[in-house]
Design a protein around this ligand. Structure first.
Ligand SMILES: Nc1nc2c(ncn2[C@@H]2O[C@H](COP(=O)(O)OP(=O)(O)O)[C@@H](O)[C@H]2O)c(=O)[nH]1
Ligand SMILES: [Mg+2]
Ligand SMILES: [Zn+2]
Length: 315
């Protein structure tokens, strides 16, 4: 039997997959009854007219399927950089960013924080500093559709051949970023309705775009619900400050709920602490209900990305 040819899944349309091979792009189905089906970002093996297999994934971005206690939804595979996109308008929410950071930690992709719509916010530097505190090793990119500075940082981070995915609420400005990067208006951008700065759902597919002089970037519809599928370690890793302080609590099993000698309560922002505890409970439940694999995460790599985002060398 001839060995198959490899291709990258650029988009999923029902039961057909848009795959890029050396021969170009084509829509192709997967053989029935695969153990699981490809997602955007997967490298697949094609034999004849069919996708026959999926290469092992180096990262998996997934969440609990909305409205289901037992199903997972894989959002993307083989993502190097997960761009957590938040608008500097009414979308701005530190607790949601913390949740996305847990998702990134679990995925094996490195998180990058993108704050959009800086033209609508007088306090962008202060907001950026707050977000930087949540993820000291991750780049924080401030962007606006009125100029392409933020988008250019993304272009450099993905060069020459990395894969990124944008993730965030509907209306956060993800498709606008893609258009800035494509120097073209390929992705439809939503109108913001009067109600609370929310955009309409205009991006209906997960799709990867080849970014000029850069790598690949996946756009996707906004997520309404982000129930994490992560273990407790992924949560602890996303809250490094709490983990460091907890080492100084009097009791080793301190739950930071008013125990004497607690080094966390009173030091950490109470909303952050309560979100940490909520995410820990969610992770404990997820570990019971799902088969969760611990993935590799490299702080070293994250620091390198951070540095690359800061060192502006435009020549
Ligand atoms: N003022 C301003 N509006 C923006 C910016 N980025 C996006 N928008 C608007 O926000 C709305 C939603 O943008 P869109 O890119 O579709 O968001 P998506 O749902 O995350 O893809 C659109 O009306 C955009 O024009 C920005 O930087 N500044
Ligand atoms: Mg969109
Ligand atoms: Zn404690």
């Amino acid at each position: 039997m001839p060995p198959g040819i490899a291709g990258r899944v650029l988009a999923v349309h029902g039961h057909k997959f848009l795959v890029l091979t050396d021969a170009g792009e084509c829509f192709i189905p997967a053989v029935p009854r695969m153990p699981f089906y490809p997602v955007t970002g997967d490298t697949v093996i094609i034999e004849g007219e069919w996708i026959k297999g999926i290469e092992p994934r180096r990262s998996v971005v997934e969440r609990k399927a909305p409205g289901s206690a037992t199903e997972k939804q894989v959002l993307a595979a083989n993502i190097d950089l997960l761009f957590i996109v938040t608008g500097l308008d009414s979308d701005f929410n530190l607790r949601r960013i913390e949740r996305y950071l847990v998702m990134a930690n679990q995925s094996g992709a490195l998180p990058v924080l993108v704050l959009t719509k800086s033209d609508l916010c007088e306090a962008s530097p202060e907001r950026a500093a707050e977000v930087q505190q949540l993820a000291p090793d991750s780049p924080v990119i401030v962007s606006s559709s009125l100029n392409s500075d933020g988008a250019e940082t993304i272009r450099r981070l993905l060069a020459p051949d990395k894969t990124g995915a944008l993730i965030g609420s509907s209306g956060a400005g993800k498709s606008t970023l893609i258009n800035l990067l494509l120097r073209d208006a390929r992705q439809t951008v939503g109108d913001v309705s009067a109600s609370g700065g929310r955009g309409r759902h205009t991006t209906t597919h997960r799709q990867m775009f080849r970014i000029p002089e850069s790598g690949w970037l996946m756009d996707q519809p906004g997520l309404r619900e982000i129930q994490i599928l992560a273990d407790e370690q992924a949560v602890t890793d996303a809250f490094g400050d709490i983990a460091d302080l907890a080492a100084r609590c009097r009791f080793r099993d301190c739950r930071h709920q008013g125990e004497p000698g607690c080094a966390v309560t009173g030091t950490v922002d109470p909303e952050r602490l309560s979100n940490f505890q909520k995410l820990q409970r969610e992770a404990a439940r997820a570990v019971e209900e799902f088969d969760i694999a611990q993935r590799i995460k490299s702080k070293q790599k994250l620091k390198a990305v951070h540095k690359a985002a800061r060192d502006h060398d435009w020549d």
